[in-house]
Design a binder for this molecule. Structure first.
Ligand code: GLY
Length: 409
């Protein structure tokens, strides 16, 4: 899904303010969770795949393979330098290296492929398929996954676009009064570290002013500065999943991501993990995830959902159960769960589908959405387990409300 683009100024982002923490009623009844079915090709994906659904649907309608159609959709964000959550232009790890993860499952042949921590290759969803088709393995990682891709003829590309590089530099510079990156003590532009004793408002006024200066110095275009500063303060995750069903009832799924911005090098999230970021069972259905990768791995989200459907749950209820398992891992403690978010995209073999999310959205008025194409293309709001907005992790910027209201920074 599109990365979190919380407009943190002008929106209530602090603490639990604005959270309506009511649990949605458990709704297995048809009234609460209408079954959506279709006897035609169906594609579902995260909202950032919306504009690419037509191409994928055309392939399905022409009788092409379901995995080919799903890959066509996710290649869109992978190729887009301005989608900084996936592929080219993805935000890098803390060392400035863009590390990509992906997996895919092909229902008709019951095969799977995955890659993790790939650098210098943009279309890792296709690389995951290459692992599936050209090796006897399921998953390759790191330098050797990249090497395999280059040997298979994937072009070597610098994935760090100028735009993402500048945001990374901004992130480094902002933190550099607490490390050995410049400016050093002798630098005429050296600033004393932000005094801890100062009131929050004063500290954050200074910090935001400094971010503005640093963004200008890094050459970040004025119209992108606000978004760049958001990415520094709230390291985003971003991903796309797509599941496909054709008229023959064949299914496939794929998920691809650049993972968490500024992550520890080598960190792999849920997206390349078969059963977490994506799972497809030709007999049952397909599911995929975007959001807090670490939490999804712990509940094997996509596999859990497909198994739930195998046991007779609707897509909606199957997804809600996986979300409840995430909540259960924190004893339903909302003070922790508010820093987690997860969206599941679920497609059953009969064409029934659902989009469900842990929270309504990242910010008020912008709910999580699932994109669907079953002959008509549309976005639908995901059903949340908890109503309210999630908070970003880490909760670094404890920005006072009065500063959040200012437009000057
Ligand atoms: N869900 C994407 C990630 O956590 O890497």
């Amino acid at each position: 899904m599109a990365i979190s683009r919380r407009g943190f100024l002008g929106t209530a982002v602090l603490g639990s303010v604005g959270l309506g923490l009511q649990r949605k009623p458990s709704d297995s009844s048809p009234e609460a969770a209408p079954l959506k079915t279709a006897r035609k090709p169906v594609l579902i994906c995260a909202a950032n795949g919306f504009r690419y659904l037509d191409e994928g649907y055309q392939l399905l309608s022409q009788g092409h393979d379901t995995l080919e159609a799903a890959l066509r959709v996710v290649r869109g964000p992978e190729d887009d330098p301005n989608d900084d959550s996936v592929g080219l232009g993805g935000l890098p790890n803390e060392e400035g290296v863009v590390e990509l993860d992906s997996c895919c499952m092909h229902g008709p042949t019951r095969r799977a492929g995955a890659v993790g921590g790939v650098h210098d290759i943009k279309n890792v969803s296709l690389l995951a398929r290459a692992v599936m088709e050209h090796t006897g393995h399921v998953m390759l990682v790191g330098d050797n996954a990249t090497k395999f891709g280059l040997e298979m003829g994937f072009p070597r590309e610098n994935l760090l676009t100028e735009r993402s590089r500048k945001v990374w530099i901004l992130w480094k510079e902002f933190n550099s009064d607490r490390d050995w990156w410049g400016p050093g003590l002798a630098d005429p532009h050296w600033h004393a570290p932000t005094p801890q004793g100062k009131p929050d408002a004063e500290r954050w006024r200074q910090a935001l002013d400094r971010l503005q200066e640093l963004a200008a110095a890094a050459g970040i275009a004025p119209e992108f500065r606000r978004a760049a500063i958001q990415r520094v303060l709230y390291p985003p995750t971003g991903t796309i999943h797509c599941s496909a069903l054709n008229e023959k009832g064949e299914m496939s799924g794929t998920t691809t991501t650049s993972g968490l911005a500024w992550k520890v090098p080598g960190r792999v999230g849920d997206s390349p993990i078969i059963g977490a970021g994506c799972y497809t069972d030709q007999d049952v259905g397909s599911a995929g995830a975007t959001g807090s990768g670490e939490e999804n791995i712990k509940v094997c989200g996509a596999h859990t959902i497909v198994e739930n459907m195998r046991r007779g749950m609707t897509p909606h209820d199957a997804g809600m159960d996986a979300l409840q398992r995430i909540a259960r891992n924190y004893n339903n403690d909302k003070s922790r769960l508010e820093y987690v978010d997860m969206t599941y995209y679920i497609l059953r073999k009969d064409g029934a589908y659902a989009g469900v999310s842990l929270w309504t959205g990242y910010e008020p008025g912008k709910p999580h959405k699932i994109a669907i194409h079953d002959g008509s293309k549309r976005l639908e709001q995901c059903t949340p387990l908890f109503e309210g907005v999630s908070q970003e992790w880490p909760p670094m910027p404890d920005i006072p409300a009065e500063l959040r209201q200012q437009s000057a920074w």
